[in-house]
Design a protein. Structure first.
Length: 305
């Protein structure tokens, strides 16, 4: 085994600071794509290239492999960091800017380079404390997102991945100054969105149980936080102008009457697919989602009748 050290100047040291915010929601169709599209039409906001980067998922997967109090071993750490780098390249592009950011992360972590028999050279990070991981990954994600801004001239940067909502605590650790918009929608409609996608079971009742698990996970991850704004999909549809103005103010964007008028008029109602379900199937879905309906302030069938 051959080990060498990596020494690089910190990436992004001369990059202008941008205000980063995230959009997330419970797994399924909650309106995250619409909200991102409308916000990125504001003259101050740029999207991160690559669509849904799933960056917080990737960071959360590599994290325990680097922390000596969790799952660190040299082999697992080396493999996990290499897989993380591959995810970043596949998502954001294998560009010189992305590679520079990855090199900066390796240097920040104090990673050397290891060559095992029969395997390519890989980064070998030492055991890294939780505090140092917060600093290193927070800086890396901020820098690589800035490098991948679709419009580098705009001062606000938006990243949308629905699962961001599941990683609120880690997100707030990494980016204490960032704002987060979380979309919430009626659990029955979220469950039905799975039946036409690859996101979950095609059977409505099975999808309801699947959705209930995600809502529970979200409730466990969420705590009241002034940097997190919950937006109900139903309000966005019924009061688009008012809701978008609330989101704009929350993010600190400049008031823009033309943008607000356009964005408010771009919202369209979603099709109500519950009308195509048999009564028994809809009742079973409500039963499976009863606790989540109650916890999130939606009426149950008993209350509706």
């Amino acid at each position: 085994m051959e080990v060498t050290s990596v020494q690089e100047a910190p990436f992004g040291a001369d990059r202008p600071t941008r205000r980063l915010f995230f959009v997330g929601g419970v797994h399924g169709r909650t309106g995250t794509s619409v909200v991102k599209r409308l916000l990125c039409a504001h003259p101050q906001v740029s999207a991160v290239s690559g669509g849904e980067t799933r960056m917080l998922e990737a960071v959360s997967e590599v994290w325990p492999m680097l922390d000596p109090d969790l799952g660190y071993t040299p082999g697992t750490a080396s493999t996990a960091l290499a897989e993380f780098a591959q995810h970043v390249r596949e998502t954001l592009g294998d560009t010189p800017e992305v590679q520079a950011a990855l090199n900066g992360l390796s240097a920040d972590l104090g990673a050397g380079s290891v060559r095992l028999v029969g395997r390519p050279r890989l980064p070998l990070p030492p055991p890294t404390s939780s505090g140092d991981l917060v600093r290193s990954f927070g800086r890396f994600v901020t820098d690589v997102f800035a490098a991948c801004a679709l419009d580098p001239a705009r001062p606000y940067l938006c990243e949308k991945t629905p699962s961001n909502a599941q990683y609120i605590r880690r997100l707030r650790l990494l980016f204490p100054d960032a704002r987060v918009v979380v979309m919430v929608r009626h659990p029955v409609h979220v469950a039905l969105s799975h039946t036409r996608r690859d996101w979950g079971p095609p059977d409505p009742v099975e999808a309801a149980h699947y959705t209930a698990a995600y809502f529970r996970s979200w409730r466990e991850a969420f705590s009241e936080d002034s940097a997190v704004l919950l937006v109900r999909h139903e309000r966005l549809v019924s009061e688009p102008g008012q809701v978008l103005e609330e989101v704009r103010a929350f993010l600190g964007l400049t008031a823009d009457a033309d943008w607000l008028k356009w964005a408010g008029g771009a919202i369209r109602s979603s099709q109500d697919r519950t009308t195509s379900l048999p009564e028994s199937g809809l009742a079973d879905m409500h039963t499976a989602l009863a606790l989540e309906l109650e916890q999130h302030g939606y009426r149950t069938r008993t209350e509706s009748s």
